[in-house]
Design a protein around this ligand. Structure first.
Ligand SMILES: Nc1ncnc2c1ncn2[C@@H]1O[C@H](COP(=O)(O)OP(=O)(O)O)[C@@H](O)[C@H]1O
Ligand SMILES: [Mg+2]
Length: 227
């Protein structure tokens, strides 16, 4: 349907149609990011960003937190292989700066998710508030780097205790991310082994410290622009 012009890569708004058993043909909006349209980055291997978005979705699914909208890898997109993500209808009356300043507890799980996937670009515009109150996140192309690159606007809980319910979710993630576990197997289709090892190490660190992480001293802590 068109290109999202504020986006830094080739990010296209598309319509997908498909047959759903019992419901017939359905149509939905989606974001399509062909690998061909990825701008090379100095600190990420080339032509891997779409894969990282699919990997981030796989982690989100296992947590049950529904942070990342349904995201798949499509080999046969009109502009070649890329990622496809369901378009999320958002409220247009939400002031994201006010939301961030309020320390809304719905953002805590996103901060933890980002710590696990090593999200290098959690800006305000990558948070979507749905009408039902769920807050989702998008644009996970720069995740799973082997080096610490957490760059986010969600530092409000740094150094504070992870709540028991949140810890339970993270603890349940651990066996799935174990070597030979189901999540590791699906991540291996999109990430290399060292990247999966580092995700496991970051999760172990969170489980051991039981605290939200602090910014890394050698890396910019906040994305620019922050929105
Ligand atoms: N699945 C989605 N549903 C709704 N809006 C989205 C979705 N994905 C992206 N957007 C919107 O489009 C903007 C650009 O997409 P983004 O994934 O950030 O692209 P880029 O990688 O080029 O920065 C986002 O900031 C967000 O406002
Ligand atoms: Mg973006």
């Amino acid at each position: 349907m068109g290109r999202l012009v504020q986006a830094s890569n080739t990010t296209l708004l598309v319509t997908v149609t498909g047959e759903v058993p019992g419901r017939g043909a359905i149509t939905a909006g989606a974001v399509y990011k062909p690998i061909r349209g990825e701008r090379p980055l100095w600190d990420f291997p080339e032509a891997t960003l779409a894969h990282r978005e699919v990997a981030a979705h796989a982690v989100s699914e296992v947590t049950g937190w529904q942070i990342v909208p349904p995201t798949v890898f499509r080999a046969d997109g009109p502009l070649g292989p890329g990622m496809l993500q369901l378009w999320v209808a958002t409220r247009d009356d939400v002031d994201i700066l006010a939301l961030l300043q309020s320390g809304d507890p719905r953002l805590r799980r996103i901060a933890l998710f980002d710590a696990v996937v090593n999200n290098a670009d959690r800006k305000g515009g990558h948070l979507l508030v749905r009408a039902d109150g769920l807050i989702q996140g998008v644009d996970h192309g720069v995740t799973f780097n082997v080096d610490p690159k957490l760059r986010t606007v969600l530092w409000g809980w740094r150094g504070t205790l992870i709540a028991p319910r949140e810890l339970q979710v993270l603890a349940a993630l651990r066996p799935k991310l174990a070597v030979g576990g189901p999540l590791s197997a699906s991540l291996a289709e999109h990430l290399d082994a060292a990247e999966i090892d580092q995700a496991r190490a970051r999760l172990d660190e969170l489980l051991a410290s039981r605290k939200f992480p602090h910014p890394h001293p050698d890396w910019p802590a906040v994305p620019w622009p922050w929105y």
